[in-house]
Design a protein around this ligand. Structure first.
Ligand SMILES: [Zn+2]
Ligand SMILES: [Zn+2]
Length: 252
C-alpha cells in the first residue's frame, strides 16, 4: 500500500509525504514540527514511519522546519552538498547526509531520484520516488520544463505538479516589476499553462493522478488552475493542494 499527500504546498510552506507499509519519506520541511505532527495525525499517518527528509532547495518555504523536524523525529535531512553548505546555519540540521544528481537514494522499499531543475536557488532538485512499482514526481519551483524534467515526467503515474500562477493575474497584479519578471522567467515558477502543456506533451499512458501544487495566493486561484486543467477532459484524477492544510491522502 502507498500513502501520498501534500502536508503543505505554497509559498508559506511545502512538505510532501510518500510512504509504504513500513517506511515513509518527506520531500521538504517548510512547516514547523508541531504543524507537521498535527497534519499527520489529522490524516492518521504514523510519524514514526518517516525515515528521512529530502530537501529540494534552500528557499525558506522548503527548509524553515528542517532543524526542528530532523531533531524531534530523530531522522536526517538529505541535501545536495552545495545546498547544505549554502543554507543558513539555522536551517542546517545536526543529522544530515548528501544525495547526488540522478543517483538513487534508497531507504527500505523507497528509492528517491534527485533530478536537477531550473530555479533561482544554488543547486535545486526535483524528485522522482519509486516505490512498489509506482513512480511519484515532486515537480515544483521550476522555471522551465526542460528535457530532463520532460523525461522524468514520462515515468510518473502520480505527480505533484506546480501550477503557480495565471499569467494575466501575475502581470496585472501588485507584485513589483522585478518580481513579476522573476516569477515568469526560466528560473522562476511554472504557470498554469506551462504545467498543462507539460502534461499534454509528456504524460505517459500510466499517468493517473495530478496534485496541482505550489499555487500562488496572489497570482492564481484554485478555480483558475482547475479551469485550465479541465481542458484535459477528465482524463486524469486532478486534486488540489493547499497552503493552509493537508491535501486528500491518496491510498492505493
Ligand atoms: Zn517554493
Ligand atoms: Zn523556490
Amino acid at each position: 500500500m502507498l500513502e501520498i499527500c501534500a502536508l503543505a504546498s505554497g509559498s508559506n510552506g511545502n512538505s510532501y509525504y510518500i510512504g509504504n507499509e513500513k517506511e515513509a519519506i518527506l520531500i521538504d520541511a517548510g512547516i514547523s514540527y508541531n504543524m507537521l505532527v498535527k497534519r499527520l495525525e489529522h490524516a492518521s499517518l504514523d510519524k514514526s514511519k518517516i525515515k528521512a527528509i529530502f530537501i529540494s532547495h534552500e528557499h525558506t518555504d522548503h527548509i524553515q522546519g528542517i532543524r526542528g523536524c530532523s531533531k524531534k523525529l530523530g531522522i536526517p535531512g538529505i541535501f545536495s552538498q552545495h545546498t547544505y553548505l549554502k543554507s543558513l546555519k539555522r536551517h542546517q540540521p545536526d543529522l544530515y547526509a548528501f544525495f547526488e544528481h540522478d543517483v538513487a537514494y534508497t531507504i527500505g522499499g523507497i528509492s528517491v531520484y534527485p533530478i536537477k531543475k531550473q530555479h533561482d536557488a544554488c543547486d535545486p532538485y526535483s524528485f522522482r520516488i519509486a516505490c512498489n512499482g509506482n513512480n511519484i514526481g515532486v515537480f515544483t519551483d521550476i522555471g522551465e520544463a526542460d528535457e530532463t524534467l520532460q523525461n522524468e515526467f514520462k515515468k510518473c503515474d502520480t505527480v505533484f505538479l506546480e501550477a503557480n500562477y495565471d499569467k494575466e493575474m501575475l502581470w496585472k497584479g501588485s507584485y513589483p516589476i522585478n518580481i513579476k519578471h522573476r516569477v515568469d522567467s526560466s528560473e522562476g515558477h511554472l504557470s498554469n499553462e506551462q504545467a498543462l502543456e507539460l502534461v499534454q506533451k509528456h504524460a505517459s499512458a500510466g499517468l493517473k493522478t495530478i496534485f496541482l501544487s505550489h499555487i500562488s495566493f496572489s497570482n492564481n486561484t484554485h478555480e483558475l488552475a482547475l479551469q485550465t486543467f479541465s481542458r484535459l477532459n477528465g482524463k486524469y484524477d486532478i486534486k488540489l493542494t493547499s497552503r493552509h492544510g493537508i491535501s486528500e491522502v491518496l491510498r492505493f
